[in-house]
Design a protein around this ligand. Structure first.
Ligand SMILES: C[S@@+](CC[C@H](N)C(=O)[O-])C[C@H]1O[C@@H](n2cnc3c(N)ncnc32)[C@H](O)[C@@H]1O
Length: 581
């Protein structure tokens, strides 16, 4: 067999909107941005698992996972998970991270040395390791490997049979998933069950109207010729080789199932789909650290403003030992059901879920009375809001003012057999009209964002300067609601999974300039890097202000090209002073 070709390899290049690319180059410098852009196309080389400490322990989970991995015959590199380099910096051993050293991204001076030390200790235990950072021993890492070079068996006159998958499918496959039927876009002719196929991905290309698109009909027959759709565009976009689980005809006839068993992968990452349900949750390290930074205490009342699917909600509830109240809201009905399902799986009772637009999270009061009235006075919604109050262990005085009217409504609407798990009636999604001002001890705003930190990403061209600005406006309006809902003396944590400074440092600037009673707070643990200081001129001439000197060490910016090898993420924590000042 011939050696792998330039075509049959994994060397993707991210396509950015040119103005967005210019903006990021101004923000990061061209070398650093090139590293970030490259890192985004790779998955992290380890899986991060949060253990539900109310049901199990890290040691028990490590034992169970080892047994599961051994049984499933999944092949992993069983060498050092993490190691410190000569400077004592925290390096996760990963073959594709060569560019990390070139990028010279500084690790922050806070906990990075400690992280290096404790994580290098954990390296000695092998493939599955417990996080040694103080307070984070409920986090377990499982190492993967890659990128691997795959020999697709190309000879001069013979090309492999092929399957092309959608970008979303490929991004999931790079994280360890299988190739499922709905993700398959095209396949070679005469493919039968059991054939060996090379799998590549079709990434959006510029189209005539100036946008981006996939000009391929699902079910396209590939001839192995240069006239095949996306032939040249797929150079360097091969993600693995596998065995078909069904014929070509079936792939485009059946609605579901595994289409290709991808046994030779560019990245080998363990798949924990449906494994140890309720005992563990697969979660990015920065997300775990965000819940930790909020520092929720048992008995407190916490608001998670954009909560679905509930990763951080459940992390918060566990940190509170399931004591107190975590109010988890999301604007999507189905996503609220996801939070309920996760809370039930994890056996958490302190979580109450609501469908609510976070932009309208502050309850409106009627001018003529002290009674809380929603703009759309829906009876069932009033009842629901008050069900929470009657069950709440740490009600706030402001909320008891509704009691008279509430009792009446409850007698009409309360279901006979009472509320079920998490006070959700039989999986129903309850609507909320909002919450009283100053009624939460802590608020988490894990804002919807451009998600330009998620990994792996094979396309980013859809974001424009305008769309980035719209995300930022939306986040500010949400933050305005958070400020009203948190009590004086409370805490707000803001986070995003984007590398866009406009949604991160610029939000912090807006907050500190607008609300003088908010101050940036120290976060524990702090292993992310410093924030960006200064300002940047946008293409339309507007100046975007970021952090001021001294503020940068108070936020955590997780750089995807840094040795921590996480997704791109940002966390800011604010202490809330007296609102009268
Ligand atoms: C970044 S995700 C949250 C992830 C979640 N915190 C977790 O850790 O599992 C953002 C969420 O915000 C929700 N969202 C977007 N706009 C919203 C709005 N106006 N009100 C409430 N939720 C909203 C989306 O439905 C999405 O589930």
């Amino acid at each position: 067999m011939d050696a792998p070709t330039e075509r049959h390899c994994y060397k993707p290049t991210l396509r950015w909107n040119p103005k967005v690319e210019d903006y990021f180059i101004k923000a990061y410098g061209s070398d650093h941005f090139a590293c970030i852009s490259e890192a985004l196309t790779f998955p992290s080389c380890y899986s991060c698992i949060r253990v539900n400490t109310l049901k199990s322990t890290s040691d028990a989970i490590i034992e169970k996972l080892s047994a599961i991995l051994q049984e499933s015959g999944q092949h992993y590199v069983i060498d050092n998970m993490n190691q410190s380099d000569a400077n004592g910096e925290y390096i996760i051993d990963c073959e594709h991270k060569d560019h990390v050293k070139e990028s010279n991204v500084p690790l922050n001076s806070y906990d990075s040395d400690k992280a290096a030390l404790v994580l290098s200790e954990s390296a000695q235990t092998g493939q599955i390791t417990k996080c040694q950072l103080p307070g984070l021993d409920y986090v377990v890492f499982v190492k993967g490997s890659g990128p691997h070079t795959i020999n697709y068996g190309c000879a001069h006159d013979k090309l492999p049979k092929e399957v092309i998958v959608s970008r979303k499918c490929a991004e999931a496959v790079l994280r360890g998933a299988q190739v499922y039927v709905p993700g398959v876009l095209a396949c070679s002719a005469h493919v039968e069950k059991g054939d060996t196929v090379a799998v590549s991905v079709a990434v959006e290309q510029p189209v005539q109207d100036g946008g981006w698109g996939i000009g391929m009909t699902r079910g396209t027959v590939l001839q192995g010729l240069q006239t095949d759709p996306y032939f040249f565009e797929r150079n360097g976009l091969y993600i693995g080789q596998g065995t078909t689980m069904m014929s070509r005809a079936q792939m485009f006839r059946v609605p579901k199932g595994i289409a290709v068993d991808l046994h030779d992968r560019v990245f080998k990452l363990p798949s924990f789909h449906d494994v140890l349900e309720g005992e563990i949750f697969l979660q990015n390290l920065p997300s775990i650290i965000t819940a930790h930074a909020l520092d929720p205490q048992p008995g407190e009342r916490i608001l998670d403003m954009c909560a679905a699917p509930g990763g951080k909600t459940t992390a918060i509830a566990i940190l509170m030992k399931d004591k107190g109240e975590v109010v988890a809201v999301d604007r999507s009905h189905n996503k609220v059901l996801d939070i309920q399902k996760l809370a039930a799986e994890m056996g958490l009772n302190c979580i109450r879920t609501y469908k609510l637009d976070a932009l309208k999270a502050v309850l409106q009061r009627s001018e003529s009375s002290d009674v809380c009235i929603s703009p759309s006075v829906a009876q069932v919604e009033l009842d629901i809001d008050c069900t929470t109050r009657t069950n709440c262990s740490n009600e706030k005085a402001t909320e008891t003012t509704c009691a008279g009217k509430v009792d009446m409504q409850q007698s009409i609407w309360r279901p006979r057999n009472g509320p079920g798990r998490n006070n959700c009636m039989g999986g129903r999604v309850e609507k909320s009209d909002g919450f009283s001002p100053n009624s939460f001890d802590r608020v988490l705003l894990d804002a919807p964002c451009s998600a330009l930190g998620l990994r792996p990403r094979l396309f980013t061209g859809e974001e424009t300067i305008e769309s980035l600005r719209n995300h930022a406006k939306y986040q500010r309006r949400m933050f305005d609601q958070a400020v009203q809902l948190v009590r004086p003396g409370g805490v707000i944590v803001y986070s995003t999974c984007t590398i866009n400074p406009g949604e991160n440092e610029a939000l912090v600037r807006y907050v500190l300039d607008t609300y003088k009673f908010l101050t940036l707070a120290l976060q524990h643990p702090r292993i992310g890097g410093p924030g960006l200081v200064g300002s940047c001129e946008l293409p339309d001439g507007c100046i975007e202000e970021w952090l001021r000197s001294g503020e940068e060490e108070l936020v955590q910016r997780f750089d995807p090209s840094s040795p921590l090898d996480t997704i791109g993420f940002f966390v800011a924590k604010f202490n809330v002073g007296s609102k009268d000042a």
